[in-house]
Design a protein around this ligand. Sequence first.
Ligand SMILES: [Zn+2]
Length: 372
Amino acid sequence: MLKKLLKELINAQSTLECGELGTAELLKRFLEQHDISAEIDVWDENRANITATIKGDGSRDSLFFACHSDVVPAGDAKWQSQPFLADERDGRIYGRGSCDMKGGLAAVAVAAVQLKNSGVKFKGDLIICSTAGEETTGLGAKRFTARQKDSLPKLAGIIIPEPTDFKIVNFHRGICWLKLTTKGKTAHGSVPHLGINAITSMNTLLNRLNSYKFPDVKTAFSDASTMSINQISGGKATNVVPDSCSIKIDIRMAAGVTCERVVDDINEICAELKSQTPNFDAELEIIRTVPTLETEPACSFIKKVSDIAEIDEVSSINFSTDGPYFKELNAPVIVFGPGKTELAHQPDEYIDITDINKAVAVYTKIIEDFVV
Ligand SMILES: [Zn+2]
């Protein structure tokens, strides 16, 4: 059941281009065959969130698994097998999304179905959602929390089955993606003094950004903030003074550092450069922000999951998840799932079959402990 479901989920090709509706419909059919009701929320034709619930009798708090249905594109590198035709070989299932995170999604769905089929009585609700657009803007998770926040039962905790190789993750840094554009005045390249060179202005700004120090906020989480300038474009021709130059910056924020604070700092830098150099002019645009995930490691939810899974330490990850959006549901959030983090988004992405089986077993124990 598990391998078949995972293969079908991979074959459903839920890239940004194709949308998540196919994956959501497939999952709904699978769950409904086993008497688990599921609802699909569709928008923009093919974007979709799916939420499945096994109702409890209300005598215990509920448990929430927050998955995502979308996958990144296959990429340009050559795969050994078709990225969107799941291939089982060497004890692994290969295909885009196998690891990030249809393996975890299939494992949760199968754990729920097996428990439902076993006839046990649920005391708290088991809620499983799989949202759209985690790999791009997190729009599915934002939409889910905005719509469901007031109607969900009290949650004991939230588990995100992303590939952490069974590490219990309580922290990841936040994201702040910025675009900075310097403005100038165009002129013929033979008379540069008649123009204002936007690339020269950008050079001034880049030099200043190189010495930028992030706010030093003391918290229990040690991962430091980083800034990486990853794209630059400017200029039209060798003989034209450029009037515009842009960079895109990937900032990852440590605990306690907010996007607002970093944006304020960079705006201040730009204002300072403008006061020193009258020709300097720059604009800042926020492309994307995701807050940090910071779940108190000593909270009872983490303690209990650690006991059940027999894992006695919590970890952080370098990548970001939809976790911070689910903080709005007022329950502790952890990331915990099968699959090696480093295989996500790679060509020849795979998941070990032993890992998805292990995930079914550990999710089953967790569900039993919290809501049965
Ligand atoms: Zn993922």
